[in-house]
Design a protein around this ligand. Structure first.
Ligand SMILES: [Zn+2]
Length: 264
């Protein structure tokens, strides 16, 4: 990435909109680029000035109540459906009957369009959700590698790690001993992924770490993802969702998944 490519991200960094991976990248760039460091300092100064309490206009107390009180009462048709408030505002002065006739006409066509829109929204949300989870997982993986929070319990003994989870979450993740397969159990922790608590079982191979995130539910997601140079592997089993995150090679992650699945 050239300096020009980084400039828009300097704004995003100032607004706290970057994930850990990009935030680090841009912070490192700012440390070595006086131009971008200057932009960042100017943005922060401006943000500070704009957040001064005197600049914020507050609506007078009771304004919202007065507006609501001035609106016409909800009109229900014989089916018991209430015209949405937006429609009432838009058709102010028209009779409820006219609204109902238009609504009935639009209903048949609207239903098809609604179903299509709902399907599209579902797929877009699904893709978005996958990406957000991947980002959140890689963030968690990086936080753990940065020494911020790799273990709550550190032990190579599954009889220490597994019971530690009991009572802390709704689920207790399987903690098989995979030493003979070349994966050393190193510990466990509780982490937060995309707003939900997850059990994390941590395994090591040579100097590499595999964070295995586990939470209840079996939402579909792609089996394999790659983000910022990290591999993510997803599977579900016995009502649990598993995500392994690592910088190991894909073939070694295959080995890990196979060994873990075979042992559980
Ligand atoms: Zn720069």
């Amino acid at each position: 990435m050239s300096c020009d490519d980084k400039k828009p991200l300097v704004h995003a960094l100032a607004d706290g909109e970057l994930d850990v991976v990009h935030a680090r990248e841009i912070e490192a760039h700012i440390a070595s680029c006086t131009d971008c460091a200057g932009s960042f300092a100017r943005i922060m100064t401006l943000k500070q000035k704009l957040s001064a309490p005197g600049l914020r206009l507050r609506a007078p107390t009771g304004l919202a109540e007065r507006i609501m009180a001035g609106l016409p009462a909800p009109v229900a048709d014989e089916m018991g459906f209430e015209a949405p408030r937006k429609a009432r505002l838009g058709s102010w002065g028209r009779s409820a009957n006219a609204w109902r006739l238009r609504a009935q006409g639009a209903f048949a066509g609207g239903l098809g369009a609604f179903a299509l829109a709902a399907c599209l929204a579902f797929f877009v949300m699904r893709a978005d959700t996958g990406n957000e989870i991947a980002r959140s997982l890689v963030d968690g993986h990086l936080r753990s590698l940065a020494g911020e929070h790799l273990f709550d319990v550190q032990s190579t003994d599954r009889h220490t790690v597994k019971p530690w989870f009991a009572g802390k979450l709704d689920i207790t993740p399987p903690v098989p001993d995979l030493a003979l397969k070349g994966f050393t159990l190193v510990g466990g922790r509780i982490d937060y992924v995309d707003g939900r608590a997850a059990a994390v079982v941590v395994y090591g191979r040579r100097t590499h770490v595999i964070n295995l995130f586990v939470w209840p539910g079996t939402d579909p997601a792609p089996p394999t993802m790659e983000l910022s140079g990290y591999l993510l592997r997803h599977w579900t089993k016995d009502g649990l969702t598993f995500w392994a995150v690592t910088d190991l090679a894909s073939s070694e992650l295959d080995e890990f998944e196979a060994a873990y699945q075979a042992a559980t």
